[in-house]
Design a protein around this ligand. Structure first.
Ligand code: NAP
Length: 244
């Protein structure tokens, strides 16, 4: 059977591991950032590889034939490392990247820093910040009030002066997002363009309530990588490797 490293940490990664169970020899990999992560079916390894060198050595030691990168669209470092090493080792390589959201009327920011500048420029006063733990530092010196939602606790040193912290994990339902925005009198939502259904209800609730949206654009994929948008396409690609 084709031996595949599946870089995960996403619902798509878990779904893909489940779909390929018995069809390929899959090792899922998680970064190990969040407590009690949802685990995929099958073999799982946890923790960084130790940069490009570590990943190269691991792939060789484990006799991996192919890598599927199903990490989050904003996990740009591991995606760049995997693309580089697979190129060097001539390993089959696929990125599974869920389609981005249409920003619609949102103000698009190129980075968290730019999103923080937009919050100041637009004079937003009560902001729902959902950029994730690593995105919070850019807002540390802002005078606005923030409702910060993250999966794991951020470093207190990076928190803005006026905030409320909510630790939780999606998926999130429309009714709850609507109630949250209203209860906290939110005037702007700041979000990454994560894509997918698990966290999109906040966009629909913001639209219904007339809440402004600042959307941080995705980092580009490494040049020349093969990418698909759905778990089904990734299943077909892996199964096709075994029959090729
Ligand atoms: P990142 O910035 O691209 O990667 C930073 C480092 O973390 C990498 O250099 C690598 O360490 C390690 N790493 C990342 N993903 C890994 C994986 N699946 N298996 C083993 N090591 C991994 O990544 P990130 O944005 O911090 O995301 C970390 C994990 O959280 C990913 O699995 C991603 O799918 C998941 N996640 C991220 C977000 C997000 O918004 N960024 C949202 C939801 C889930 P070494 O250099 O030591 O190999």
């Amino acid at each position: 059977m084709t031996r595949v490293l599946l870089l995960g940490g996403t619902a798509e990664g878990r779904a893909l591991a489940g779909r390929l169970h018995g069809h390929a020899d899959i090792v899922s990999s998680l970064a190990g950032r969040v407590p009690n992560p949802a685990l995929p079916i099958g073999a799982v390894r946890v923790g960084g590889f130790g940069g490009v060198e570590g990943l190269r050595a691991w792939l060789q030691d484990e006799r991996i034939d192919a890598v599927v990168d199903a990490t989050h669209p904003f996990a740009a470092t591991i995606t760049a490392h995997a693309a580089q090493v697979c190129g060097e080792l001539e390993l089959a390589h696929l990125v599974l990247a869920r389609p981005p959201w249409d920003p619609g009327t949102a103000i698009v920011a190129a980075s968290n820093v730019q999103a923080a500048e937009i919050v100041v420029r637009q004079s937003y006063s009560r902001v729902f910040l959902t950029t994730g733990r690593s995105g919070i530092a850019a807002f540390a010196r802002s005078d606005a009030w923030f409702l910060i939602r993250a999966v794991a606790a951020p470093d207190v040193a990076v928190l803005p002066r006026r905030h409320q912290l909510m630790l939780s994990r999606g998926p999130y339902a429309y009714e709850n997002e609507f109630a949250l925005l209203r209860e906290h009198r939110i005037d702007a939502l700041v979000t990454k363009n994560s894509g997918g259904d698990m966290t999109r209800a906040k966009l629909d609730a913001a639209a219904a309530l007339g809440v402004s949206v600042v959307m941080v654009a995705r980092p580009p994929l490494p040049v020349g990588v093969r990418a698909v948008g759905t778990v089904e396409e990734a299943v077909d690609w892996v199964v096709g490797l075994g029959s090729g």
